[in-house]
Design a binder for this molecule. Structure first.
Ligand code: FE2
Ligand code: FE2
Length: 386
């Protein structure tokens, strides 16, 4: 990883240190990162040598969709109304959790401020999704160049197309349906920089397909469950359908590659995975939202019952790891080197997900695009027969 001093300070649970790191370059239009990897050609063109990757590639060719025409952009999105509904739900959950607001800046908040918080949170979340999608676009283009296997180059090429579509639909949703953008969060940007910076091709997979996309899959799932907006629900459903394949691509590729690594090499992967996990947890503090709302960030943390030390018992935060942990287990990363990563994940309170289904198995069930096409074909057939 690139910046050791930053890593050293994110490695702990020091809230002060985490919050002191902010993106200071918010007006930059172009951000360049040194990509240290070699581009690799292979002269072994035998298709299907890796049957699991070949199957994924064939699947991906059939599951392409068009962000312009397969989503109903005519749906009118009343962000303020949806935000108010979400804000009511949030406060109800807080009351049920026994969180008392007395003595905090929130005790005197008006309805309008609560709704505003929901609006800003949504603008922030979707902006980070957008930036993360561009990260995936760039990382996967890099995998096309660096991975030595032809089946993986083929598959990665379909993922590049998927990610272009994801960037496109999130950008369009933000531009035409919401009312504000946020620049990339410091911790997310640092993580993407580290992934691109690394010279080893398997580290791109670990950082992007396993960690960033594993977390995205869980986060999109939660957003899809809670959003009252039918357009965003459908958008997320289709994006998730692709993401499940992407995470499976990481699991299936690294399973083969890790089988031949030494303990010392595996330890480097475990450390990389844990640093990525910390960075992703830190970004979910959404400090930019609190700053924009004029709320002292530390007192905002208390609103969600997060004391001075970043506490790891927030069920929402934990759920974000529900895909990452079983996938790391399947790759052998959880238990290598006397359970080095298991012990670290224990400190984040997320090891409980280890036996949940891994994405190498479940991606076929999540293929919403094919499911919708089959349903449409059956409906047409039934209408024709009637
Ligand atoms: Fe994506
Ligand atoms: Fe993806």
């Amino acid at each position: 990883m690139s910046s050791d001093s930053v890593l050293a300070s994110t490695a702990g649970n020091d809230l002060e240190a985490i919050l002191s790191m902010a993106n200071t370059d918010v007006s930059e239009a172009i951000h360049s990162v040194k990509d240290n990897a070699d581009a690799i050609f292979t002269w072994d063109y035998e298709k299907g040598k890796r049957p699991a990757l070949n199957k994924l590639y064939e699947k991906a060719k059939h599951a392409q969709w068009n962000g312009e025409t397969d989503l109903d952009w005519s749906i009118d999105v009343d962000q303020e109304k949806f935000a108010k509904d979400l804000s009511d739900m949030r406060r109800q959950l807080m009351a049920e959790a026994g969180i008392v607001l007395d003595g905090t800046p929130f005790a005197k908040w008006s309805e309008k401020q609560w709704t505003e918080l929901s609006i800003e949170t949504q603008n922030w979340s979707l902006s980070q999704f957008l930036h993360g999608e561009q990260g995936a676009l760039v990382c996967t283009a890099k995998i096309v160049e660096t991975v030595p296997w032809i089946d993986a180059k083929y598959y990665a090429a379909t993922q590049v197309m998927d990610e272009a579509r994801h960037v496109e639909v999130f950008a369009k949703y933000l531009d035409t349906k919401l009312n504000g953008h946020y620049p990339i969060n410091f911790h997310l940007k640092a993580l993407l920089d580290d992934i691109i910076n690394d010279s080893r091709w398997d580290m791109t997979y670990l950082g992007m397909q396993i960690m960033v996309e594993g977390l995205a899959l869980a986060a999109f799932g939660m957003a899809m469950q809670t959003t009252p907006d039918p357009l965003l629900k459908q958008l997320l459903r289709y994006v998730m359908s692709d993401e499940a394949r992407h995470v499976a691509f990481g699991v299936l590729s690294l399973k083969e590659f890790y089988a031949d690594l030494t303990d010392a090499e595996l330890l480097e992967r475990q450390e990389f995975a844990f640093e990525a996990a910390l960075r992703m947890r830190n970004r979910f503090l959404q400090q930019e939202v609190w700053e924009r709302m004029g709320v002292d960030v530390k007192s905002a943390m208390r609103l969600f019952d997060v004391p001075d030390e970043v506490k790891n018992q927030d069920p929402f935060q934990q759920l974000l790891f529900s895909k990452i942990v079983p996938n790391c287990k399947k790759l052998g990363l959880l238990d290598a080197n006397d359970g080095w990563l298991r012990k670290r994940f224990d400190t984040l309170g997320v090891t409980m997900f280890e036996d949940w289904v891994d994405t190498g198995e479940e991606y076929l069930e999540m293929d919403a695009v094919t499911q919708d096409r089959l349903a449409a074909a059956e409906a047409a057939e039934a209408a024709g027969a009637a």
